[in-house]
Design a protein around this ligand. Structure first.
Ligand code: 5AD
Ligand code: FES
Length: 345
């Protein structure tokens, strides 16, 4: 196992069989070694700094119906909201004062936010905060739409591929969503010039280690700038209500492998990781992650953006989360920085 980890660090790639072995047969000892190597690689490129992104969840309306997600259109019990442009800009103002230099606009696929409306919001934020990066996380769009957002000033785009295995993709999504289109969107975003993030949930229903190995091979091919990896967590108002959650261990192993395979990648210790374990985000950083994404959404909508059950930080003001995160990072010897946090070249 150690030899394989060394090999991954040196060559940044393994075969599907080797990845499966790494994902399946890890022990406490091999995990410690993996995390140690992942930290070493992360320190080489990013030292002990942790980048922050202020997350603004601006709409929970969604036209999609992904089986795992709490804001899927069929969840009639979800209480829906949209932020106005003024409310979004106010989140940025608050965030900028707190030291955030990247704003992530995340939402369901909501047709009320037309390209025109989004372009207007992006331009306004860029005008007010030219020192900040804007990341969009608003799902599958047409090439022309992505291009319009980029030309308006958006810098980065997060679109998790969710699973790189076709059969698995069709078991966790309705038929109208396809892996083929998801991948096309990712390649379009890259071609346009965005810094692009893909990613997946660990332990989603029907996922096998073969699926995870496929995810790694796809990510190696795609060479994303960012990768989002968090555990699947069941939401009680979805078809997957009774499914079990992804584990802390397997999520951390994936974080470590991704760091070794994509040494310079921007890799968040996700909120979902912090939800399945009280110190999940700290452990994520210690497994090779280098980004955290505290919530900047207005407090009155926090509880409505429930992708999964028991999501943390839904009752805390942005300022409280910033201080809390600062302390959490310091407690493990890392430091939040006031910086756009671009990927190193
Ligand atoms: N558990 C964990 N993550 C989820 N996401 C959606 N639903 C869940 C869930 N139940 C993730 C998806 C999506 C991102 C915004 O949130 O991977 O891409
Ligand atoms: Fe939100 Fe700790 S990060 S309360």
């Amino acid at each position: 196992m150690k030899e394989l980890i060394d090999q991954l660090e040196q060559t940044q790639l393994l075969t599907k069989k080797e990845f499966e072995y790494l994902l399946q047969d890890h022990t406490e000892e091999s995990r410690e070694y993996l995390f140690e190597r992942a930290r070493a690689v992360r320190h080489k490129h990013y030292g002990s700094t942790v980048f922050t992104r202020g997350l603004i969840e601006f709409t929970n309306y969604c036209k999609n119906d992904c089986y795992y997600c709490g804001i899927r259109r069929s969840n009639t019990e979800a209480s829906r909201y949209r932020l106005t442009k003024e409310e979004i800009v106010a989140c940025c103002e608050n965030g900028h004062a707190l030291g955030f230099r990247t704003f992530v606009l995340q939402g369901g696929e909501d047709n009320a936010f037309t390209d025109e409306v989004l372009v207007d919001i992006i331009k306004e934020i860029k005008e007010n905060y030219p020192d900040c990066a804007i990341t969009l996380s608003i799902g599958e769009k047409r090439y022309e739409s992505y291009k319009a957002y980029f030309e308006a000033g958006a810098d980065r785009y997060l679109l998790r591929h969710e699973t790189a295995n076709d059969e698995h993709y069709s078991k966790i999504h309705p038929n109208e969503l396809t892996l083929e289109n998801r991948k096309k969107c990712l390649w379009d975003l890259k071609e346009i010039g965005f810094q692009v993030g893909c990613g997946l949930m660990i332990g989603s229903p029907y996922q096998t280690v073969g699926c995870l190995a496929d995810d790694l091979l796809f990510m190696h091919e795609f060479q994303p700038d960012m990768v989002g990896v968090g555990p699947f967590i069941a939401h009680h108002q979805t078809p997957f209500a009774q499914e079990s959650n992804g584990t802390l261990e397997q999520t951390l192993v994936m974080v470590g492998i991704v760091r070794l395979m994509l040494p310079k990648v921007l890799l968040p210790a996700t909120t979902a990781l912090g939800t399945i374990a009280p110190n999940g985000r700290e452990l994520g950083i210690l497994a090779g992650a280098n980004v955290v994404m505290p919530n900047l959404s207005p407090i009155n909508v926090r509880r409505k953006y429930m992708l999964y059950d028991n999501k943390i930080c839904t009752g805390d003001e942005a300022a409280e989360c910033r201080v809390c995160m600062d302390n959490r990072m310091k407690s493990i010897g890392y430091e939040l920085v006031v910086d756009r946090g671009d990927r190193v070249k």
